[in-house]
Ligand binder design. Sequence first.
Ligand code: THU
Length: 139
Amino acid sequence: MGLILKTNELIKEALEARKMSYSPYSKYKVGAALLTKDGKVYRGCNIENAAYTPTNCAERTAFFKALSEGEHDFESIAVVGGYGDIPEGYAYPCGVCRQVMMEFCDSKTFKVITAISENEYIEKTLEELLPLGFGPSNL
Ligand code: THU
């Protein structure tokens, strides 16, 4: 295994993260695995709340864990979501998560991988998911 994980290995991390999902209200379980440029992986899951709005998505959980440990250089993120034991469809990051990514990633090179299994995935750049976005370079 090199410095940068293979995509299927990052997806495996996201599937593991999904097992920790706290989603008693929507029952929709999401896992994310954020890869830093130096090869570290930060896992995240969605964490819901009885008051609903404090809910945190899996992607932001992963980002905030990494950022709070001093990480600032990100390569890619894998996301898996669904109701069942196995994701039944492709889950894309919500708009709020895309905006958080925009704050900390180069949108032309940062990759978002949405997967239904280790070997079935779609890869997009952040720019494809958030075209003409507003970020730090606009200020
Ligand atoms: N959710 C995520 O964790 N990531 C996404 O990209 C989409 C939505 C969560 C939030 C909530 O707990 C549940 O999925 C249903 O919206």
